[in-house]
Design a protein around this ligand. Sequence first.
Ligand code: PMV
Length: 333
Amino acid sequence: MCTVTCIASINIAVIKYWGKRDEMLILPVNDSISATLDTEHLHAKTTVMTSPTFKEDRIWLNGKEEEIKNPRLQNCLTQIRKRARNSNQWKVHICSENNFPTAAGLASSAAGYACLVVALAKLYQIEDDITSITRSGSGSACRSVMGGFVKWCMGSESNGADSIAKQIVPASHWPEMRILILVVNDAKKKISSSIGMKRTIETSDLMQHRLKHVLPNRVKIIEQAIIEKNFKTFAEHTIKDSNQMHAVCLDAYPPIVYMNDVSHTIINLIHAYNEAVNEVKVAYTFDAGPNATLYLLEESVPEFVGVLDHFFPPGINSEQYRKGLTFREVINS
Ligand code: PMV
């Protein structure tokens, strides 16, 4: 029997991947950039085993057996086996666990698929780039294969050979960077990111403007800001990119709305705070759901957490607001 165990963390995009040019190969319409959290916090842990006694491939997620025939999972397994260096023909058993609520809309699939593919690649002794395999599980998963700030280059080849993730800088480059996650609602999202992306690409005019006139420049600016550790520029473009992703969703037909009133209250609070301190100290970004991820420097954490406690006091007489802070963590990127 051979066994490999790996851990991979979630990543949170500051330039959002939103839209595919090839649904089958999961090729994006734009470059995206994210930070991968450290493995101490929100991570997936996956063990893969092969044995001559296993009769079929099987998978367990958080202790419950799931359907191995899931097409994305099958894509990953097929690609891994095609590229395997050893001649291991045995069936594989996969056990994966998240150390955070899977349904909380916290990029669990990114950590899960990154972890699965890294573990399988070790098992099958694959040494070349595996980010293209993770991509076929969940697009954003390719960015969780590396730590620090990571760029997923959209690439130009039709077979996706150059659509791979690369590290911009390791986490140690910007050790003062912190991430704060505010869980507003931990229910599963109503419109999956796949459906949301497809509808946006097909129906939003604003999306064309984003792709042609905004992103090429924004990607360069934010990459440079990360390299130069320029928090102000980094924060402004992070905020604008999140808002633009949600604007193109609203411009889709029928419109897609992922944020709720609590999300907008958080946005207003952060702009009011940045204005009050006369400096951009906190940036927010929202994925395909109402939960906020905040980027801020270590020195700003105590004061800003105080502000959050003031405006979202635990025990406030509102179920919605109390839920807003059930899962708040200060995490190293
Ligand atoms: O990787 P997916 O298919 O779950 O899509 C992720 C989409 C966003 O989280 C909204 C943006 C991103 O770049 O992570």
